[in-house]
Design a protein around this ligand. Structure first.
Ligand SMILES: *[C@@H]1O[C@H](CO)[C@@H](O)[C@H](O)[C@H]1NC(C)=O
Ligand SMILES: *[C@@H]1O[C@H](CO)[C@@H](O)[C@H](O)[C@H]1NC(C)=O
Length: 369
């Protein structure tokens, strides 16, 4: 944009430096651009301002971006992950106090259609797409994720991390029901997270939390999937692995999905707890199965109809949850608690248009069913 002559002149004019457009700071030409996977380790170990530019990641390789503390990384153009049947992940980003962004028009393309067989975790081997392990106030913003083979974004061992203004679009997987288990954001073993102002179009949970503390999810627009979920109790032995506390979902919409809100605990796991979780101002439309589904009866990944009290659900707030259902299988509220398994809830649900009657068992006495 600027000629060298102009740049030199501007740099010399000391007072004008602060007025320089930020493009000049991007490291194009400075050796901190990754255009080939072979450059990743040298660039990430020497640079703190990195551009990943129109990169094709070879099949069967993880784009592993282990960033130095304080690094800014920007995706530019198309980052395409070539396909082969393997476990993945396709990409892993880790670091402390890092900032990861995408330039307008960029995309991270997982080429899901090359794997989709309608069977998700089963069927042909498929890689998970993006794993994030970050800390220290790291920010991931404005990323555009396209066509995840299966689970899209896994947050693992994160602390003080914000994801803002993401688009996760797996809507192409709706065709012939081929996309499956394409969770938007999976959260495990993490604390102090914010996910905000983002869009998820997929075929499974929009957000699924397994183990976390202090998480705020706000202004999400979810469609096509299974809603805003907690799935807790998969560990046989570790109480802390089976614990979700202090989580707030607010100001979200869930449309054309199986569920609006789904909380399930695994009765074949060990002890644990779900405590102080809130869903506030959640608007539903076109929900096919359950508006709000809370059940303590999962075994081998399926509901059994027999709830257990190994993961009590206390201090749950479901308020300002409104909207509409669609189709002959629709039920606004389904609650299956074990005796003594659910207590201290705040309840404000108003969902219309369901075909079947609500069902509730062992719910706290203030919960209208
Ligand atoms: C969100 O991210 C996109 C890039 O994916 C960017 O073009 C847009 O300006 C961002 N919006 C906001 C409000 O930051
Ligand atoms: C409940 O969780 C919310 C959201 O993380 C948090 O702001 C609030 O302080 C928690 N309340 C208690 C009593 O811990």
């Amino acid at each position: 944009m600027f000629s060298l002559k102009v740049l030199t002149a501007v740099a010399a004019a000391f007072a004008a430096v602060s007025a320089l457009p930020t493009e000049i700071e991007t490291p194009v030409g400075s050796g901190c651009v990754i255009t080939n996977i072979d450059q990743v380790s040298s660039v990430t170990s020497s640079c703190t301002n990195i551009v990943v530019s129109s990169l094709t990641v070879p099949a069967g390789k993880t784009l592993k971006l282990q960033l130095k503390t304080g690094t800014t990384l920007t995706f530019k153009g198309k980052t395409v992950f070539e396909a082969t049947q393997w476990q993945g992940d396709l990409m892993e980003i880790s670091g402390d106090k890092i900032t990861v962004t995408g330039e307008s028009g960029h995309v991270l393309d997982g080429q899901g259609a090359k794997y989709w067989d309608g069977k998700g975790d089963k069927g042909v081997k498929k890689p998970k797409f993006i794993r994030i392990k970050a800390t220290g106030g790291s920010v991931f913003k404005g990323l555009h994720v396209l066509n995840c083979p299966k689970q899209c974004v896994s947050l693992n061992s994160c602390d003080h991390v914000t994801l803002d203004n993401w688009t996760v679009d797996v809507s192409a997987g709706d065709k012939n029901n081929l996309g499956h288990n394409t969770d938007g954001f999976d959260i495990s073993s993490s604390t102090n997270l914010i996910i905000s102002n983002s869009v998820v179009k997929n075929q499974d949970d929009c957000v699924a939390i397994n183990k976390a503390q202090h998480v705020t999810i706000s202004n999400l627009k979810c469609s096509g999937g299974h809603g805003l979920s907690l799935s807790v109790g998969m560990s046989k032995t570790s109480v802390s692995d089976n614990t979700v506390t202090d989580v707030a979902f607010k100001d979200c919409t869930v449309t054309n999905s199986d569920n609006g809100i789904h909380i399930k605990t695994h009765s074949d796991g060990g002890a644990g707890v779900i405590k102080n979780v809130s869903y506030k101002n959640i608007h539903l439309s076109g929900i096919r199965k359950y508006g709000v589904n809370i059940e303590q009866d999962y075994e081998n990944g399926k509901p059994t109809g027999t709830p257990k009290n190994n993961i009590p659900i206390t201090g749950l707030t479901i308020s300002g949850v409104t909207g509409t259902m669609t189709g002959s299988n629709s039920k606004a509220v389904y609650i299956l608690c074990a005796s003594g398994g659910c207590s201290g809830w705040t309840w404000g649900v108003s969902i219309t248009g369901s075909h079947k009657d609500n069902y509730c068992k062992n719910q706290p006495s203030n919960v209208k069913c």
